[in-house]
Ligand binder design. Structure first.
Ligand SMILES: [Zn+2]
Length: 209
């Protein structure tokens, strides 16, 4: 099953892709994480991507498409995958269609007020990358990772000004993808809420429908 998860920043794509990935045993391919790894390791691609991300812009297509192609060719994608954070533009979706067959596209819709609250509250572990939220998913000790004891930080792209820029870019460039996949008959819309288990059930139904 080759799947794509769509949704605004903060809609819960990453969380739900991770849960489903464990459940149906296909890899979650998160371009966000792949790009953050590249930033950390300071590769040529990572350095290129860095300037765009810090300004709240998207990483250029040729850079992202190259990384995705390499990743989908690995053995663990033979029985399927969940793409989370790609494609983000119509040209990327067209490039992906030339690369591989997509079975289902799950669009997680969440009200903007909820998205703003989630993103402004998000904190990530600087050591292991685990994700928390000061409103909904608090660590046991404030500012400290439950898993590894690392320090929790607010990512630059979760700060208010960058969040506004990310949502604007999403509405302009990524939202049109729902129309693109609807035309292909692959789109399933799920209403995301803070009830992770309920949203997960809806996603499972949408995948199987
Ligand atoms: Zn940690």
């Amino acid at each position: 099953m080759n799947l794509i998860f769509l949704g605004a920043p903060g809609a819960g794509k990453g969380t739900h892709a991770e849960i489903l990935s464990r459940e149906i045993h296909i890899p979650q391919i998160s371009t966000g994480n792949m790009i953050r790894e590249a930033l950390k390791s300071g590769t040529e691609m990572g350095l290129k991507a860095k300037a765009y991300i810090e300004a709240g812009n998207l990483v250029p297509d040729e850079v992202v498409i190259g990384i995705i192609r390499e990743r989908l060719n690995r053995d663990d994608c033979k029985n399927g995958f969940i793409l989370d954070g790609f494609p983000r533009t119509i040209p990327q979706a067209e490039a992906l269609d030339k690369m591989i067959r997509i079975d289902r596209v799950i669009d997680i819709e969440v009200p903007e007020s909820l998205i703003l609250r989630r993103l402004s509250g998000r904190r990530v572990c600087g050591s292991c990358g685990a994700s928390y939220n000061i409103h909904t998913r608090k660590p046991k000790v404030e500012g400290v990772c439950d898993t590894c004891g690392g320090t929790l930080v607010q990512r630059k792209d979760d700060q208010p000004e960058t969040v506004k820029a990310r949502l604007k870019v999403y509405h302009e460039q990524t939202e049109p993808l729902t129309g693109y996949y609807k035309k292909q008959g692959k789109l399933r819309t799920v209403h995301g809420s803070d009830d992770t288990a309920a949203t997960h059930r809806d996603i499972l139904n949408a995948v199987e429908a």
